[in-house]
Design a protein around this ligand. Structure first.
Ligand SMILES: [Zn+2]
Length: 215
């Protein structure tokens, strides 16, 4: 796919995050792997002022955070870069301070398998990391370790990350994660949700390999 098309898709994804409430202010960011680099949303730029040419480009192998583009990359570029390094299957990353997922991260609690859709994340439990300040190597190390082979993770007292083979898949998972957390928290207000077993979730994971793929 041509790079200008990817930039346009990133802008559309940002606008969708605003429209659906997944994004809060300028806190969300997303990236797409393009060969040995990543395109990432710029820092401190409201999504309604964003244009495709503002996406910053960074080499995934670069240690120094050098970038090309008219604006500096999101201050959270480090965990984007490190996830791409650790996970060759990941082609896109969405990070948001979505209200429900972030609320659960404030409790430092994982999301258990109260709903079967958690199988879309290649895990029976979405883990919540300890806290580390945003933009730091400490946070990035926590994220990579706790994400493991899963497609989503909660960041303690911070927010959430969803990953995908494509931007479409990462964004779909970000919405799913926010939805399941919301449903779980509603259920918790009425009682104690029944948690599906690891075996029940693992049996579903292969069925999600191509779920939601429209391309
Ligand atoms: Zn953040």
């Amino acid at each position: 796919m041509q790079v200008h098309v990817i930039r346009g898709e990133m802008l559309a994804a940002c606008q969708e995050m605003n429209r659906t409430g997944l994004n809060q202010g300028t806190s969300g960011n997303l990236s797409v792997r393009v060969d040995g680099s990543m395109l990432i949303t710029p820092t401190a730029t409201p999504y309604d002022q964003l244009t495709p040419d503002m996406m910053a480009s960074m080499r995934i192998g670069d240690e120094k955070g050098r970038f090309t583009g008219p604006r500096a990359p999101s201050s959270e570029w480090r965990f984007h870069r490190d996830i791409y390094r650790a996970r060759s299957d990941v082609g896109a990353i969405v990070h948001a301070h979505a209200p429900y997922a972030t609320a659960l991260s404030m409790l430092r609690k994982p999301l258990p398998a109260a709903h079967y859709m958690i199988a879309a994340f290649n895990t029976h439990e979405i883990i919540c990391t300890d806290y580390a300040p945003y933009g730091t190597a400490d946070l990035s190390a926590l994220v990579v370790a706790r994400l493991g082979e899963a497609h989503g993770v909660l960041l303690g007292s911070h927010g959430m990350i969803a990953v995908g083979e494509t931007l479409e898949r990462a964004l779909w998972r970000a919405h799913e994660l926010e939805t399941i957390v919301r449903q779980y928290m509603l259920a918790c207000q009425m009682g104690e949700p029944v948690i599906l077993s690891k075996e029940e979730i693992e049996a579903l994971i292969p069925r999600f390999a191509a779920y939601g793929v429209t391309a």
